[in-house]
Design a protein around this ligand. Structure first.
Ligand code: SF4
Length: 531
């Protein structure tokens, strides 16, 4: 315990409550972070879907978001002492903030609830995103209000806080956009000394040898193997432009940190299959070598991955087979990871994301996606793919091509999450975001097709996913999800048959009370729970 414990730590790092959960270790339930408040009672949401990470006696979080751990490591390397910095749980800030506290650093993914996933959920289901609510709650914590430390916010969603009026309203002193390691040391030092902070700081790209090794365990045992992407999709955040791979020795040190805390490693990159790639040519030896080394590391029983690109899968099918054998991926213990289908239209690929299909051509995209799904299915990988509705310039024929593609993907065990286009990255000021208001019946049909695909496969995945997991809270989530699957199927049918795929008209009727979506027994249960 630090010597500043009673008077508070000089530097407190934290993140909102929705980021302080491992979501049962599943990327599928991770999407529930975007579900708006009010769909299910708060207590059920935070107990079953978003259970909290453990908290130490001094208020420190046992596991924390990877970005927060990176800032912690960067500050310690800059020269701050371990007893000056704490990574705290947001619900225990009263234990760590006191008269000695000079600065609170907050990591955020989607502080205003305007990221693609949150926008889609709130547009359709109404209400306010939990992430936004919990972020505001954090900034208004009584300990922050009482001791008034400087507030610095960073993380993937910090771009949302760049406008001055937004920062002023929320009481934020400084926003760090982009990579933080090279700038946080000086910034936090200024804050500690009580000096004026710059209001917006754009962190520069950090060379690989300057990326610090984390000191403590991360949520889901996440370990970064490469940073950046380089495929250059126009809607993506520009900070992902430069692709760099970390050396195996640093990766293993972070695996070790997580193992000591009982966390299995989950290797993270925008595309794990491009580890040490030369341009877009997959470096099969390097990828297989990395996975083999991590899998054989003493104490490692299994290895997970975060993201991969479908073009990399199609370019190196034998690598998928080799990785499956190294990681012992089987029918009853499949591998899952996030990926992007985005569209079925080569025209949209060419216009907005021509790097995404490399080494293939935009015209190859739809058949390449099907081929990649086939390869993944043969090797027991389950992709959780995103798809964007309402890309700028999207016409009916583009949507029809995407519908065709989604239907072709039907036989493959997977999820396809339809997201509304959000104007960000290079397109932020040049385009407008997609809304439910703008949805055409064809786009509505695509939206319903994706959800039908997800609910069908969701039934299978739910059964398989929870079969190996302990009952208790996981069982609660499964029960609620099983009910949601049944209900969702019914709603899709109603939308197709009675509304001719006009999702907006149906949502309006639900909001006006003209269409009943909750069954009597559930309503009674909700009433009992609320009282
Ligand atoms: S492939 Fe993914 S991470 Fe890379 S630029 Fe495109 S959207 Fe961003």
């Amino acid at each position: 315990m630090g010597k500043n414990h009673n008077g508070g730590y000089k530097i407190v790092l934290t993140a909102d409550r929705t980021l302080m959960s491992e979501y049962h270790g599943g990327i599928f339930l991770g999407f529930s972070a975007c579900v708006p408040k009010g769909i299910i009672p708060d207590w059920a949401y935070f107990s079953f879907f978003c259970p909290s990470v453990g908290v130490l006696e001094n208020g420190a979080a046992k596991y924390a978001p990877y970005g927060t751990r990176k800032v912690e490591a960067a500050l310690l390397e800059y020269g701050f002492k371990a007893d000056e910095v704490v990574v705290a749980h947001p619900e225990h800030l009263h234990k760590v903030i006191g008269p000695n506290t000079r600065v609170v650093g907050v990591t955020e993914n989607d502080p205003l609830g305007i990221g693609p996933a949150t926008t889609t959920f709130t547009e359709v289901l109404g209400g306010e995103a939990y992430m936004k609510i919990k972020f505001k709650e954090l900034l208004n914590h009584p300990a922050i209000k009482k001791y008034k430390p400087k507030i610095i916010v960073g993380g993937p969603g910090s771009w949302q806080l760049e406008p001055e009026h937004v920062r002023k309203k929320l009481g934020i002193d400084c926003v760090v956009i982009g990579e933080g390691e090279r700038v946080v040391g000086q910034l936090f030092e200024k804050a500690v000394k009580g000096e004026q902070l710059p209001e917006v700081v754009h962190g520069e790209v950090v060379p690989v040898d300057e990326i610090p090794v984390i000191r403590n365990a991360t949520i889901d045992g996440l370990v970064e193997i490469a940073r950046g992407c380089g495929r250059g999709c126009r809607f993506c955040v520009p900070t992902l432009q430069q692709f760099r791979c970390r050396p195996i020795k640093d990766i293993l040190k972070e695996v070790e940190v997580n193992l000591r805390a009982g966390r299995r490693p989950l290797l993270h990159a925008e595309d794990v299959l491009r580890y040490k790639a030369k341009g877009f040519q997959i470096n099969r030896e390097a990828v297989a070598g990395l996975f083999r080394t991590v899998k054989n590391y003493p104490g490692v029983e299994s290895v997970g991955i975060s993201h991969f690109a479908l073009s990399s899968v199609a370019a190196a099918p034998d690598l998928i087979e080799e990785l499956s054998s190294i990681l012992d991926v089987r029918k009853d213990s499949w591998m899952s990871g996030q990926t992007g289908v985005e569209t079925g239209s080569p025209r949209m690929i060419k216009k907005h994301m021509s790097g995404k299909c490399k080494p293939f051509k935009p015209e190859d995209w739809p058949s390449m996606v099907v081929e990649a799904f086939e390869i993944l299915a043969e090797n027991n990988w389950v992709p959780c793919a995103t798809l964007i509705i309402g890309l700028p310039g999207e016409e009916e024929k583009d949507t029809e091509l995407t519908i065709e593609l989604v239907r072709e993907l039907k036989p493959f065990k997977s999820l396809i999450v339809p997201l509304f286009y959000v104007a960000m990255g290079a397109m932020k000021d040049r385009t407008t975001s997609f809304t439910l208001e703008k949805m055409t019946p064809t786009q509505g049909e695509l939206f319903l097709d994706c959800w039908e695909h997800d609910l069908e496969w969701g039934k299978v995945l739910l059964k398989e996913y929870f079969v190996t997991r302990k009952f208790g809270v996981g069982y609660g989530a499964r029960l609620i999800l099983s009910y949601a699957v049944k209900k969702g199927m019914k709603l899709i049918q109603i939308c197709r048959e009675q509304y001719d795929c006009d999702v907006k008209a149906m949502v309006d009727d639900v909001r006006n009370g003209e269409l009943e979506v909750t069954s009597k027994p559930v309503k009674i249960l909700q009433r009992i729970i609320k009282h």
